[in-house]
Ligand binder design. Sequence first.
Ligand SMILES: [Zn+2]
Length: 54
Amino acid sequence: MAQHDEVDTSAEHRTTTIEQGRFCMARCICGWRGPARRARSLARADAEGHGQGG
Ligand SMILES: [Zn+2]
């Protein structure tokens, strides 16, 4: 059984929204960042979509 180290894909995605000027964007501890949105609700939607989908 050959094994090699892999990134733990079960790592948790913790998203938050940050404000940047007039815009809001989603951000995750994994390094992912969503697009700048004009509404925080949209940024949150991006964050939720990221945390759920692969
Ligand atoms: Zn993530």
